[in-house]
Design a protein around this ligand. Structure first.
Ligand SMILES: [Zn+2]
Length: 441
């Protein structure tokens, strides 16, 4: 007798898509059987023609609580995540106060999140000038790795480290380093303007290329693992390919907005499209799709980074003054499915990019896949359903989105976390620590 059986004609398992019955016991996937297998269960649900996917793993989310909870918080962000089929997220170390740059700050963050999360939540630590001595304890307490900036982060309490600082941190602790790769030497001050091209010109592709080279050099010199966050500039792809061929441990991610939005179609004053690095043109996006299909880009994550409407300068539309961050955690899956399907990709590809590989990146082998023994984090998804994005339907705290008005394909019908349907009534998300961490202090 198992707790739950979910049957579907399109179950996206680790070995491809097929009709199957997924049996759940004790929060985990107990077995994957034939679609019509006899399985005594407390609850047996036939999803028919819907697809059953593993819950997505979004390793790049800015929750901002505590300290900037008016921008976003654990309750709202994790409700939005569950509604969008994301069952695990990893929170970035900055924009919250304090930033997660030492073990005490991690405790503050965990205390703030406890009891509020509707999906499972883990944490990144941060590298800032002067905190190298804090990194071993922070790592021992369970962060999944360390984020570093090479250019201004947008908030004063999380300053950038230079190439030397990044290298020193890599030498201090054996961990995964995730890098916001823009080199300040190539960035120019953006003029006050409601024209998107004025902002775009201030952050050229060379800024990313130079910073990716710096990150790769640091990893190559120290043997550390480095992950390039939110890659936008396709010009940096050959550097990643060459480094990998040379044995450097480097991975990369991009985001739905870099793959699906076009700089030439950003309306004047539409600051909901502002993020750093910036959205570039459609030809650049095509090259990113090629790199995703070819494996140079490993993952697709949201970089959900909301703020309040006043800081987004929704009143003046000034791209220079507006907060840089795209907020669309809840609709990443349909945004990606709409565009991926149009290019001939299948659901298994989207699941690889948005679930399995992000889980592997942070060392969570029980997440991001439908396989016996994995966590029963599951999503019923209607690949043929369509909807139009209305910001008012989004559950994150400040429902601002560049996808407003878009017709998207793919509807999340239901989400299960550890075998229990996420309804929003009772936050059952757990706080995750890296598999080889010590007990949180
Ligand atoms: Zn980010």
């Amino acid at each position: 007798m198992v707790d739950l059986v979910l049957r579907a004609r399109r179950v996206v398992t680790a070995d491809g898509e097929r009709p199957a019955a997924v049996a759940v016991a004790g929060g985990r996937i107990a077995a994957i059987e034939a679609y019509d297998a006899e399985l005594p269960a407390a609850e047996d649900l036939d999803l028919g023609g819907l697809a059953l996917l593993p819950g997505l793993v979004d390793t790049h989310v800015h929750v901002n609580e505590p300290g900037r909870t008016e921008w976003e918080g654990f309750d709202t962000a994790t409700r939005a995540a569950a509604a969008g089929g994301v069952t695990t997220l990893v929170d970035m170390p900055l924009n919250s106060l304090p930033p997660t740059v030492d073990a005490a700050a991690l405790r503050v963050k965990r205390d703030a999140a406890a009891g509020q999360c509707h999906v499972d939540v883990g944490f990144w630590g941060g590298v800032v000038p002067g905190n190298a001595g804090e990194l071993p304890a922070l790592h021992r307490d369970g962060v999944f790795g360390f984020k570093a900036f090479l250019a201004d982060s947008g908030v004063p309490e999380f300053p950038p480290v230079g190439a030397d600082g990044l290298r020193a941190a890599m030498e201090r602790v054996d961990a995964l380093f995730v890098v916001h790769a823009e080199d300040p030497g190539y960035l120019r001050p953006a003029p006050s303007s409601a024209r998107y091209p004025d902002f775009l010109a201030s952050r050229p592709p060379d800024a990313e290329r130079a910073a990716v080279a710096t990150a790769i050099d640091a990893a190559g010199a120290t043997g550390a693992r480095v992950h390039i966050l939110h890659l936008s500039a396709a010009d940096a792809l050959p550097l990643i390919e060459a480094a990998r061929a040379g044995g450097v441990r480097v991975t990369a991610e991009t985001c739905p907005h870099y793959l699906t939005l076009d700089a030439r179609h950003v309306p004047a004053g539409a600051t909901e499209f502002k993020c750093c690095p910036p959205i570039r043109d459609a030809a650049n996006a095509e090259r990113l799709w090629g790199a995703l299909a070819g494996g140079t880009i490993d993952c697709v994550v949201s970089d959900h980074s909301p703020c309040t409407p006043d800081l987004k300068r929704q009143d003046t539309g000034d791209f220079a003054a507006a907060w840089g961050g795209i907020a669309s955690l809840q609709i990443g899956l349909p945004v990606m499915w709409s565009a991926a399907a149009a290019r001939g990709h299948g659901l298994a590809d989207v699941v690889t990019w948005m679930a399995r590989r992000p889980a592997d990146l942070v060392g969570l082998p029980g997440k991001g896949r439908i396989a016996a023994g994995a966590d029963a984090d599951l999503v019923a998804f209607d690949p043929d359903g369509t909807f139009v994005v209305h910001p008012g339907d989004l559950l994150h705290r400040n429902p601002i989105t560049p996808y407003a008005g878009r017709l998207l394909h793919g509807v999340v019908v239901a989400t299960w976390l550890g075998g229990r349907r996420v309804t929003g009534d009772r936050p059952a998300g757990r706080l995750l620590a890296r598999a080889d961490a010590g007990a949180p202090g």
